[in-house]
Write a protein that binds this ligand. Structure first.
Ligand code: PMP
Length: 429
């Protein structure tokens, strides 16, 4: 977003604005709302789009004639991997279809790297005195929770409109062998909707790293989740890594959680041939094969890459009015006040609202008083601590249109209240 500029209004004007915001907030609390903007979940209507998924017809065999009811097929159903190969930018042979959650695969990747030496590595990560991951901020709280869970130190890197600040990334990975990885959501990032530029992707693929087993955790969760007719395209990380002599650097993740059913979809893992072999040696001990019946459902339902794109256009038709409404209300209530700026993403699931420094927690608390639940301020940063206390993540997809509009209008009241109080305090100190 753009920086927040305080308007040049007098203390009297500010006081009037603050008093009005106080009255508005009291009226809001009195309404006793119960609204939830916390998590990026698809709405029931979005889930309805995929209801035919459960209506599985025809023989339960693969195109090659395998009986999918039985054990086996650790790589996942080839025809499903073929549907996602282009969009995830991973050759079919190097793309695995797994269970229902990509987060689970990211978790497993960390566990496998701790308990088994990675291709190119010298020892297991648990045998290192300390390891660290670069965390572009704002970012996805569940990535940070995984690092916290495994005692991986988190080093913040600021996001820019082109992705992580690559000058900082290149310096840190070059000088410090403790730095073993970086979290990336390269398309329509969570929470600010950023699409990595080609130059950012190239630099990630090409940069020298002190750690020989450095990995990019490329969480392409929103690869096909466009809000407009213009589908953002990113550079092909896997191919660029190979081109620059770093073939084993990228771990690619994706899933159908926000395509079909968030709780009943299929997740994907893609990487270099050496990494895939390493991965399968670990997963072969863990399972005799994934749920291929659910994968078959997805093949029958999506049909092919064009079927996937057509399905995503139906999602866009449902959620684009919600993103538009948020922007319209924020513009009407806050534009020109100097109290907030926000992102206008072309895809993904989130809008990032930036309030004056030191105000985000207070805004979330004021919203809670009024029955509006927001993602805790700070969740977009490691350890839940946003040092600027200025980022609020808005997840507009789940509530219905009327509830969403009510919640966002209420939120703007809280921003006006906390923001004018802050500006007044600044003036008086
Ligand atoms: N990665 C990102 C960036 C996400 O926003 C989400 C869901 N909010 C996930 C992963 C979770 O993916 P899955 O459902 O496949 O575990």
């Amino acid at each position: 977003g753009t920086p927040v500029n305080a308007p040049a209004s007098t203390v009297e004007e500010l006081t009037t604005q603050r008093d009005r915001a106080q009255q508005d907030h009291a009226a809001l609390v009195a309404r006793g709302l119960k609204l939830d903007l916390t998590r990026g979940k698809p709405s029931p209507r979005q889930l309805d789009l995929a209801d035919d998924l459960v209506d599985l017809q025809g023989p339960l065999t693969s195109a090659a004639g395998t009986d999918l009811r039985n054990y086996g097929g650790l790589q996942g159903l080839p025809e499903l991997r073929a549907i996602f190969s282009d969009e995830l930018q991973v050759p079919v042979e190097q793309l695995l279809a797994a269970g229902n959650s990509s987060l689970e695969l990211m978790h497993d990747a960390l566990v496998f790297a701790q308990l088994g030496t990675l291709p190119g590595g010298q020892r297991r990560w648990v045998d290192e005195p300390e390891i660290a991951f670069l965390c572009p901020v704002p970012g996805y709280d569940r990535h940070f929770a995984l690092c916290e869970r495994f005692g991986i130190k988190m080093i913040q890197v600021p996001m820019t409109p082109d992705g992580p600040d690559m000058d900082v990334v290149e310096r840190l990975v070059a000088e410090d062998p403790k730095v073993k990885g970086i979290w990336c959501v390269p398309k329509y990032s969570n929470p600010d909707g950023t699409v990595y530029s080609d130059e950012t992707v190239r630099r990630l693929a090409a940069m020298p790293t002190a750690a020989p087993d450095f990995r990019i955790f490329w969480d392409n969760a929103y690869a096909v989740h466009h809000l407009t007719d213009e589908a953002a395209e990113i550079a092909d990380l896997l191919a660029l890594c190979a081109e620059h002599g770093n073939a084993d650097r990228a771990f690619v993740f994706g899933s159908t959680s926000k395509i079909t059913f968030a709780g009943g979809g299929v997740a994907f893992f893609g990487s270099s041939p050496a990494n895939i072999e390493w991965w399968q040696a670990a997963t072969a001990k863990r399972s005799i094969g994934p749920d291929k019946i659910n994968q078959l459902r997805h093949v029958r339902f999506l049909r092919d890459a064009e079927g996937l794109r057509e399905h995503m256009r139906k999602h866009a038709a449902l959620i684009r009015p919600k993103f538009d409404a948020v922007d319209k209300i924020l513009t009407a209530e806050l534009d020109g006040t100097g109290l907030a700026s926000w992102t206008k993403p072309a895809g993904g699931y989130f809008i990032s609202l930036q309030v004056p420094e030191g105000c985000a927690r207070a805004v979330v608390a004021k919203a809670k008083e009024a029955g509006i639940a927001l993602t805790p301020a700070g969740a977009t940063h490691p350890y839940g601590d946003d040092p600027t206390d200025s980022v609020i993540r808005i997840a507009p997809t789940f509530p219905d249109q009327a509830e969403l509009e009510e919640a966002i209008t209420g939120l703007t009241t809280c921003v006006r209240l906390v923001g004018t109080e802050k500006l007044l305090a600044d003036r008086q100190s």
